[in-house]
Design a protein around this ligand. Structure first.
Ligand code: GDP
Ligand code: ZN
Length: 465
């Protein structure tokens, strides 16, 4: 699938539906002049917008618009690229795309070159070609998708920085130092008598320690970047009527869930993505957690709620200070608490709501959604639980995949350090650990990535990118 493609591809690059402008994009390793001639009725100057009618096979205009031609290698994909900007109606776009494919077909027949035939692009295939042609490294290509999918402004700006090469640059600095170190160690393998002496003179172990320290700084920033991309899964748990829907609304700043005073009325789980300081929070309001309900619909809701809790990064367990001390209320809270024992305690945050009606236990989080008291403190507590440290400058978006690759790099460096500390250090083993560290680091930018991994990454793109 990832062999260098020879065939031209085309797709509608703009979002489906109506729009003022829509774009059909074509990329081909071969000369696009015959296709341009067929669809635009004339030749195009490189990188210059030309207003003209797009023509069907009989020469009749389909639409008027702008045509842009980017000859290889100065294009997004590194191939010859043609962009047709027409009116963004679904029918116009489909007609134009069909026309491009049909024209490719006709040229292929006339010239007997199968390579002139244009086919529909797979999701992410334009960006994949950009990667294969060295226009972007893998971390940058992923940032294209992350920029499109960004759910907050901070995430979008950070994706833009990653696309500009911020993560790739950090990885590149680490890689260069690792290469230096590997060269030193591999050189000594040929001169076994003086090896340790030589490495000490060259400060090899000092280098290794400094590299490890730098790596750990990059790891911290990458974790922040992954948090910006993936956000945090937060579940609101607690008995009916403790204020879960009210809290969701307060965090979202809008009326999202229906707030009613009748217990058990939030039947289904309601999910909403909000942001706190640019960090996306995926919040699920559970349907109450009563095990004893007779209502079938409510029972399904309860079971889904427990699934959401098992999957959550943070569970906010709400209590009602207006009902504290009432026997049936306390018994139900105790039942929920017992079932939540299966969840790691670090993931559970106890919140005592309705502080306007009673005092929270000593040292616990008090909240009143009626007055708004305690809401800001709770927001900050959520960020802290997520491990968010505000690093306003130079944030770049990242993926869990990058976090994992850096962690493996760190493991191999730690093993290398442990080997170096032994009296009769086995330098070939040391060299091997450094090589494995280098491989793990290389996965981030795609220097050493398996085709399978590349397939997974690019197939998650939208079509036309
Ligand atoms: P849920 O069933 O847990 O989702 O609870 P709701 O958010 O639907 O709230 C139940 C009732 O409690 C509603 O009438 C809210 O207006 C009320 N409520 C929520 N928070 C507070 C609070 O802090 N103080 C007071 N006095 N009432 C609240
Ligand atoms: Zn509710």
């Amino acid at each position: 699938m990832l062999a260098r493609h020879a065939d031209p591809i085309a797709a509608i690059a703009t979002a489906p539906g109506r729009g003022a402008v829509g774009i059909v994009r074509v990329s081909s390793p071969q000369d696009l002049a015959p296709l341009i001639e067929a669809v635009c009725g004339r030749a195009l100057k490189a990188r210059e917008a030309t207003y003209l009618p797009f023509r069907d096979a009989d020469g009749a205009p389909i639409d008027q618009g702008l045509a842009l031609y980017f000859p290889a290698p100065h294009s997004y994909t590194g191939e010859h690229v043609l962009e047709l900007q027409a009116h963004g109606g679904a029918v116009v776009m489909q007609l134009l795309l069909a026309r491009v494919i049909e024209a490719g077909e006709a040229i292929g027949e006339r010239t007997e070159q199968a390579g002139a035939r244009v086919r529909l692009a797979e999701p992410g295939e334009f960006t994949q070609r950009a990667f294969l042609n060295g226009k972007l490294d893998l971390a940058q290509a992923e940032a294209v998708a992350d920029l499109i999918d960004a759910s907050t402004e901070t995430a979008a700006r950070s994706a833009s920085r990653a696309l500009g090469g911020a993560l790739s640059h950090e990885v590149g600095v680490l890689r260069d130092q690792l290469i230096q170190l590997r060269m030193l160690v591999e050189a000594t393998l040929d001169f076994p008598e003086e090896e340790i002496d030589f490495l000490e003179k060259a400060d090899a172990f000092g280098r290794l320690d400094r590299l490890t320290a730098q790596l750990s700084a990059v790891q911290a920033r990458t974790r922040q970047g992954a948090l910006l991309r993936d956000g945090l899964k937060v579940v609101l748990a607690g008995q009916p009527n403790v204020g879960k829907s009210s809290l969701l609304n307060a965090l979202a700043g809008a009326e999202l869930a229906i707030v009613t005073p009748i217990p058990g009325t939030t039947r289904d789980k309601v999910s909403q993505t909000i942001q706190i300081e640019g960090v996306p929070l995926h919040i699920t309001d559970t349907a109450g957690l009563r095990d004893d309900t007779a209502d079938e619909v409510e029972r399904i809701g309860v079971s889904r709620s427990w699934d959401a809790i098992a999957d959550a990064d943070v569970v906010l367990f709400l209590h009602d200070l207006g009902r504290l001390g009432q026997a049936d209320y306390e018994a139900e809270d105790e039942r929920i608490r017992a079932r939540l024992a299966a969840v790691e305690s670090s993931r559970i945050v106890q919140v005592f709501n309705k502080a306007d009606l009673g005092a929270a236990p000593e040292g616990e989080i008090a909240l009143s959604l009626k007055t708004g008291d305690g809401l800001e403190a709770l927001r900050q507590r959520l960020l802290k639980t997520a491990g968010w440290q505000a690093v306003p400058e130079g944030l770049f978006i990242a993926r869990e995949r990058h976090v994992q690759a850096l962690a493996r790099t760190a493991e191999h460096l730690a093993l290398a350090r442990a080997i170096a500390e032994q009296r009769d250090a086995a330098l070939d083993l040391l060299a091997e650990e450094l090589r494995l560290a280098h491989d793990a680091l290389g996965e981030i930018t795609g220097a050493f990535s398996a085709d399978e991994l590349l397939g997974v990454i690019f197939s998650s793109f939208c079509i036309g990118k």
